[in-house]
Design a protein around this ligand. Structure first.
Ligand code: NAD
Ligand code: DAU
Length: 377
């Protein structure tokens, strides 16, 4: 494979994937295709924008004609598809946009790729359509625990030694889909379309479902960058419900490494779960963040806990996510490279050192949106 389109490359995870591929594979032509919605930011890629193997194309993934033309002009062999509407709270307010981009956009890419690849003498030989999805499609897990054992407890379910879990069940590649939010319903639907294109037309597809990512360049509507920025500005930290929900956190560069390994070595038509075996209750994670930010800003450690404000819960808020990524670890040899404490320290330092990046996003229009979002909560 030589000519590769990465969709959503100006977003959070996409920018890390683009950077990795551009730097690691000078022999590939990497095309970053992105509509530059509110979440797309070319400042995420300043360090590689002038590399000879990199090109940016501003395009909507729903624009079938334009994408079909691009496939032909650039002789595309591989597609790594990350473009999506990605924020659950926005999906609750505006589900149509999520169905349009996540479902129709994905279908549009699939159909254009099909028409182009089927027109070639070699057809699907050496081609790949890799769809990036989420653990949220599996629904939510319970906080069950063995009798007499208080969570979090050590589990042997994972191949990682220090895995602390909040429940005895995990998401496996075989877990039945059960999405609850308009975001996850749209992602689930797109996953089904991708698999249908393999089963019906023989398209060489792969799907991966990953847990919550954190790290540099994440849009500050998401928990970790939002709270780091609010602590810096002494603004309230809006904790949904009681802060009891559990998420499974993975450092974004570890996700990008997994995508690289799976794109090159993953088996066609397979699904791989990606996750760090790293479950945290929101409130505990928030306290770790507060301690770290306070220490790095020279505030008395933990003093920003006074900013914690419990607000109305997210509608349909999934209780617990926990990915089992044993298949990926065993079959393709990937494993997370960072312990969470190290990752969160790196992340907090990055946001504090890159305040200009943050301020460029949070000033102006976005400020109005943020005020609106939290009004009445
Ligand atoms: P993001 O919101 O930061 O970035 C999304 C990117 O897609 C933006 O650059 C945006 O401009 C682009 N985009 C949106 N609509 C588009 C359209 N119609 N045409 C072209 N480009 C468009 O998202 P993210 O957090 O980086 O997530 C990337 C992908 O990974 C998504 O598919 C998401 O479902 C999946 N995912 C995210 C996480 C996570 O924790 N963030 C975890 C698992 C899976
Ligand atoms: O699990 C993977 C998913 O992780 C991805 O598919 C999504 O694209 C990504 O946005 C993320 O979804 P979450 O809803 O889990 O992430 P978010 O950062 O929005 O919220 C994390 C947890 O924190 C969740 O339980 C809700 C809570 N939260 C969030 C915000 C923004 C708060 O308590 N307060 C907040 O202000």
């Amino acid at each position: 494979m030589k000519n590769i389109v990465i969709t959503g490359g100006a977003g959070f995870i996409g920018s890390h994937v683009v950077r990795l591929f551009v730097n690691k594979y000078p022999e590939y032509n990497i095309i970053n295709l992105d509509k530059l919605t509110y979440a797309g930011n070319l400042a995420n890629l300043k360090d590689i924008e002038n590399k000879p193997n990199y090109k940016f194309v501003k395009m909507d993934i729903c624009d079938f004609e334009a994408f079909y033309q691009l496939m032909q002009d650039e002789k595309i062999d591989g597609i790594i598809h990350l473009a999506a509407e990605s924020h659950v709270d926005r999906s609750i307010k505006d589900p149509f946009t999520f169905a349009r981009t996540n479902v129709m956009g994905t279908l549009s890419l699939l159909q254009a790729a099909k028409l182009y690849w089927e027109s070639l003498p070699e057809k699907y030989e050496g081609k790949r359509f890799y769809h990036i999805s989420t653990d949220e499609v599996y629904g939510a897990l319970e906080m069950t625990h063995p009798e007499g054992v208080e969570p979090p407890f050590t589990t042997t379910a994972s191949s990682t030694e220090h895995h602390l879990a909040y429940g005895t069940e995990f998401f496996y590649e075989t877990t039945k889909y059960n999405p609850h939010s308009p975001y996850s319903a749209a992602k689930a639907s797109s996953d089904h379309f991708v698999r249908a294109y393999h089963d019906t037309y023989g398209m060489p597809t792969i799907v991966t479902n990953c847990s919550n990512n954190y790290g540099p360049y994440q849009f500050p509507e998401k928990l970790i960058p939002l709270f780091i920025n609010n602590i810096r500005h002494r603004k309230p930290l809006p904790v949904y419900g009681k802060g009891e929900n559990v998420r499974d956190w993975l450092y974004v560069e570890d996700h990008a490494r997994a995508i690289d390994i799976i794109f090159h070595n993953g088996k066609i038509a397979e699904t791989y779960n990606i996750g760090g075996f790293n479950e945290w209750k929101n409130i505990d994670l928030i306290k770790v963040m507060i301690k770290t930010v306070d220490r790095l800003l020279g505030n008395p450690e933990g003093s920003s806990e006074e900013l914690i404000t419990y607000v109305t819960d997210r509608a349909g808020h999934d209780l617990r996510y926990a990915i089992d990524s044993t298949k990926l670890q065993k079959e393709l040899g990937w494993e997370p490279s960072l312990q969470f404490e190290e990752g969160i320290e790196k992340t907090v330092r990055w946001y504090l050192d890159n305040q200009e990046w943050m301020d460029n996003i949070t000033s102006g229009e976005y400020e109005k949106y943020y005020e609106e979002m939290y009004k009445g909560r």
